[in-house]
Design a protein around this ligand. Structure first.
Ligand code: S3P
Length: 175
């Protein structure tokens, strides 16, 4: 397996914050698929979805996924919450590195994202219903897509990054 850590999970699960912390701990590069897409497109995800719909954004994710395979190793890759969902993507991610699912309860997501305005899929009324609906559908896919799941609800960034680093090192030694 490649020397990368891939973080997957729902919006608000802490992929970017934990990822930065973990990258620092491992002395790896931190990359964020949402940021890469925004940089390449020269516009925000909200704008991409507004102009071309969710389909346009998913196409960009797909293109990016192909380029991840060829990246030099030693990255912590934080992925957009919907990236592992399309068929085939989970397997590509597993080839890209050690995949960790940051498992987070809907209540925690709601709490963390209550004031958020950057996630078009949760915009508008009844955020809780949207979170629960999407999470219910995606949960089994996240579980399938990962090498290991870590519960994030009651843990801080340091604790989480330490837990992941420990398991990553164990996993590498086992191979
Ligand atoms: C999405 C999650 C977002 C972003 C986009 C769609 C999703 O990323 O990719 O708004 O489908 O769950 P985060 O998980 O980093 O919020």
């Amino acid at each position: 397996m490649k020397k990368n850590v891939v973080l997957i999970g729902f919006m608000g699960s802490g992929k970017s914050s934990v990822g930065r912390q973990l990258a620092h701990r491992l002395a790896y590069r931190f990359v964020d698929t949402d940021q890469m897409i925004e940089q390449k497109a020269g516009k925000s995800i909200s704008m991409i979805m507004e102009e071309g719909g969710e389909k346009a954004f998913r196409r960009m994710e797909q293109e990016l996924l192909e380029t991840l395979k060829d990246m030099p190793e030693k990255n912590v890759i934080s992925t957009g919450g919907g990236l592992p969902i399309a068929e085939g993507n989970a397997d590509i991610l597993k080839q890209a590195g050690f995949v960790i699912y940051l498992r987070t309860r809907p209540e925690t997501v709601l709490e963390r994202l209550s004031g958020d305005t950057q996630r078009p899929l949760l915009a508008g009324p009844d955020k809780e219903k949207k979170i629960r609906g999407l999470l219910e559908y995606r949960e089994p896919i996240y579980e399938y897509a990962c090498h290991m799941a870590v519960d994030t609800d009651k843990k801080g960034l340091l604790e989480l990054s330490e837990e992941i680093a420990r398991n990553y090192s164990y996993f590498q030694r086992k191979k």
